[in-house]
Design a protein around this ligand. Sequence first.
Ligand SMILES: Cc1ncc(COP(=O)(O)O)c(C=O)c1O
Length: 402
Amino acid sequence: MKLVERISVAPRKVVRSASDLAVNGAPPMFDEPLHVGRPNIGDHQRFLNRAAEILDRGWLSNNGPVAQEFEQRIAGFLGVKHCVAMCNGTIALEIATRALDLKGEVIVPSYTFVATAHALQWQEITPIFADIDPATHNLDPAAVWRMITPRTTGIIGVHLWGRASPVKELEAIAKEHRLRLMFDASHGFGCSLNGKLLGGFGECEVFSFHATKFFNTFEGGAVVTNNDALAEKMQLMRNFGFSGYDNVIYPGTNGKMTEIAAAMGLTNLENLEDFVSITRRNYRRYRDAITSIPGLSMLEYEESERNNYQYIVVEVAPYFPVSRDRMIEVLHAENILARRYFWPGCHSMEPYRSFYPHAGLVLPKTIAIAERVVVLPTGSAVTTTDIDGVCSVVRALASGPR
Ligand SMILES: Cc1ncc(COP(=O)(O)O)c(C=O)c1O
């Protein structure tokens, strides 16, 4: 079986002090860039066999047999009644919010990928940004509660980094205020809350299967739900509203998943545990190194839950000798393409920045976290030797300004 591998693996040097850093004239740690989001790719031959079958069959899209099998396998895996596969996570969010009849204002975190907000704005629904809990990076229920107005129709919790939103608390708020509750589970494929895989919470949950996600279908997404009527509505919506050959009964869009994307999904699903064992190993290697460095902390995954360990999220404290942005510059010089994530928060991006110039006043935790977070490379293309190289650079920064 062939899973994705890096061709050139070995770090080129050991960093013992600042003079060994590339920013100070030394050669970089890696010959090739070490990316945060290299895709996890399952067994190549199995995928190619599926691709050959699709070509022989000549059925490339429009709810083909591979897409149907994919939906069944995903629903079975997640333990939900329906999986409605889509062309990407953003369209899946748009269709889910429309199918739930959200309008007016919907409460979302600002600390998320901008698609969570854009999917609402695209339909002229106003995203209202609520602050996060700095310990979890997920919505703070008390902040959500404070943002409710008579125009609020729903809440979208995001399971950021694959760590579950405060589902119980959000359910209580939604119930009390008669709001609809759904989740953007784009990061959460294969992750659980109280032993139950994400996918079955709220009225529906949305996944992104983009190439950079833990589980990918090249591009793709899905809405999963236990609600029969909602699933049926979304099946119509993703296919122009067609109910049968000539019968359009709904204003729909084109959200269909292609056969080749579904083939990638089926293949990657078979290798999911292989991916987890690599990302778990990488996470532990990073955690052992990073948590011993004063001024750095790592967002930890609850080991009693299932996790995909897809993101290595490090927070740089204000007293660390170099700033978060300088750390990223130093890492990039080493060919380690660490990234800020969700910076500077959706509320500081257009059109939200112009619409709500003072939104930041109620988002102090979001702003602080967005300034501190750096995400380090992992995934099935990253080895423990690579990680030791990355950590030696970070450790060198801990001993003084560069
Ligand atoms: C939290 C979140 N929501 C939505 C999306 C959008 O998904 P897609 O890129 O598949 O459209 C992404 C990722 O891209 C994401 O990280």
